[in-house]
Write a protein that binds this ligand. Structure first.
Ligand code: FMN
Length: 173
């Protein structure tokens, strides 16, 4: 199973829109995937699901992570890196078997100029530490507000082409 992780808990995020776009692209290529949005984390998960604690709500999420062998993390830039909730989520998942030896592709996005280059680099280091295989082609999408129309569709041809290329590589990764 492949899971796309929309790596923020901010309601109405562009990260979730981008994750849905990735899912659609993979789907059109006959490759099924599921989305896990960090908005689905239990409200109180810092208290209920860290350091050996496990709520029934998080257990459902943990089961999906455990059943997944490939991941795409779509990661927004927050204060020059990836969101803190993403690290807390990783810390809350069962270690080491949640991610060990599994494959991952990374996508960064930002409203600013850099497309979360640094945050994706930071997260790549964590992926290596938890023993994931990171696909070399990582994507960075800056100025995200100019990429999406009023209906939430991606409108720039070069971005669509880059996403398509990354999706193709991910399928055969
Ligand atoms: C807490 C927070 C910090 C942010 N920091 C940055 C930043 O350092 N650089 C940047 O380009 N955009 C920053 N942004 C804007 C996001 O990149 C922007 O909201 C974009 O749409 C991706 O985030 P989203 O998925 O939450 O929509 C920040 C947004 C939030 C909520």
């Amino acid at each position: 199973m492949t899971t796309i992780i929309a790596s923020t808990n901010r309601p109405g995020s562009n990260t979730l829109l981008m994750s849905q776009h990735y899912q659609k692209v993979l789907d059109q290529k006959g490759y099924p995937s599921e989305i896990l949005s960090l908005t689905d984390l239990p409200d109180n998960f810092l208290a209920s699901d860290m350091y050996g604690q496990r709520s029934e709500e998080f257990q459902i999420i943990q089961n999906k992570i455990s059943a997944s062998t490939k991941f795409i993390f779509v990661i927004p830039e927050y204060n020059g890196s990836f969101p803190g909730v993403l690290k807390a989520f990783i810390d809350g998942c069962k270690f080491p078997d949640s991610f060990y030896g599994k494959k991952v592709a990374l996508v960064g996005l930002s409203s600013g100029k850099y497309g979360n280059v640094r945050g994706v680099e930071h997260f790549t280091g964590i992926c290596h530490y938890i023993h994931m295989h990171v696909m070399p082609l990582r994507l960075h999408i800056p100025a995200i507000d100019k990429e999406i129309d009023a209906n939430g569709n991606l409108i720039k041809e070069d971005t669509l082409r880059f996403i398509d290329q990354q999706a193709e590589q991910f399928i055969s990764f």
